[in-house]
Write a protein that binds this ligand. Structure first.
Ligand code: CP3
Length: 342
């Protein structure tokens, strides 16, 4: 498969480039008017579960901006859904589970799904998206980290602190680990099937890893991510994004991950030092900074690239783009990278 633009893959391979590649986490999202138009017509999981719609939404930001990668429109919660955990998306609440997972019986009853069957709509969405992309740029697949999925399953909804999930975990560590392992096994099968369907890389979102102390992170999050890396890294490029997890970068740099995603609470120099320049880094523009005047954005992007270095680097935000981001500023961010030269 020869891509017209393989900058993202060349950066992952650590090649010397003219400029780094750029994409944005949640690039298919609510800041796009064309996304809002489809959002009015279809519920969230209908958009995820209808391959034509998921493929169309994936393509929306690619039609507007000169991005170097596409990421499949989907959600991390399709994995627990396939395990029979009935997540809904509630308007102005977010992810919602009527009966959260908090007992041994519930955990024992969870069966590992045949992902090829229960998540078939994702693989079909990948196939349709690949056709629409016409080899323009690579397609990224993703999953939540087992810890982050565990947080939603036990809490039953979004939270800033996930106190219920953490308390359950520390009160019942062995039981918690049984659930974490079931999520891990399902995620491995799911990501393997995504690779088979054609994605060029997979990214794990550990959005809530940063809620754990470093010691707890290495007990309840990292070992499960590491299992996924062991299984997937021989098959494809793997990227781990750990929100607030800079304390784990040293350990992450010893893993099989191709690249590590970081947020804006760590500076480029420290991230390079902690990872001993062994890994490709991805990040880390504060999404709220897309509210700065365009001139400031361009200057900050230039500085960011110089500080990370143009190679072994993928420009991205430090977390998902905010819904109220002005389109002009998103354009400025991307064009600042595309036009960047040493
Ligand atoms: O990056 C991309 O463009 C790919 C699409 C993507 C979505 N969700 C689409 C989405 C990705 C990679 C995700 C991952 C995801 N989903 C994460 C990890 C990344 C992160 O942001 O930390 C998490 C924690 C979820 C669970 C989830 N799904 C939440 C917390 C929400 C927001 C709920 C809200 O009301 O704000 C969602 C919904 C969601 N997933 C939207 C999008 C574009 C909002 C869309 C909508 O409401 O129509």
């Amino acid at each position: 498969m020869t891509l017209k633009n393989d900058l993202y893959l060349r950066a992952l391979r650590g090649e010397t480039l003219e400029r780094p590649p750029v994409w944005m986490m949640r690039q298919a999202g609510r800041y796009l008017p064309e996304f809002m138009a489809l959002r009015k017509k279809y519920g969230f999981f209908t958009r995820c579960q209808t391959p034509e719609l998921a493929a169309e939404i994936t393509m929306q930001p690619l039609k507007r901006f000169p991005l170097d990668a596409a990421i499949l429109f989907s959600d991390i919660l399709v994995v627990p859904q396939a395990m029979g955990i009935d997540f809904k998306m509630k308007e102005s609440v977010g992810p919602w589970l009527e009966i959260p997972i908090r007992t041994e019986k519930q955990i024992e009853e969870i069966r590992l799904p045949e992902v090829e069957i229960s998540l078939d709509y994702v693989f079909r969405a990948i196939e349709i998206t690949m056709e629409k992309l016409e080899k323009r740029v690579p397609l990224i697949g993703f999953a939540g980290s087992p810890w982050t999925i565990f947080c939603y399953c036990v809490e039953g909804k979004g939270s800033k602190t996930f106190d219920i999930a953490k308390s359950f975990c520390f009160g019942n560590p062995n039981l918690a680990k049984r659930l974490l392992q079931k999520i891990t096994d399902t995620t491995i099968n799911y990501l393997k099937a995504k690779v088979k369907s054609g994605v060029s890389a997979v990214q794990l979102f550990d959005s809530w890893g940063g809620l754990l102390s470093p010691e707890d992170y290495h007990e309840f999050s990292w070992p499960y991510i590491d299992q996924i890396l062991e299984q997937l890294s021989p098959l494809t490029h793997t990227v781990v994004f750990g929100k607030g997890c800079w304390f784990a970068l040293e350990k992450m740099a010893e893993s099989k991950a191709t690249a590590l995603g970081i947020d804006w609470t760590i500076n480029p120099e420290l991230a390079r030092t902690l990872t001993k320049n062994r890994k490709v880094l991805q990040g880390n523009f504060d999404p709220a900074r897309l509210h700065s005047p365009p001139k400031v954005i361009t200057k900050m992007v230039d500085e960011m690239i110089r500080r990370f270095g143009k190679d072994k680097y993928i420009v991205n935000l430090g977390h998902g783009i905010l819904p109220n981001t002005p389109l002009k500023n998103a354009t400025t961010f991307i064009e600042a990278v595309v036009n960047w030269r040493i």
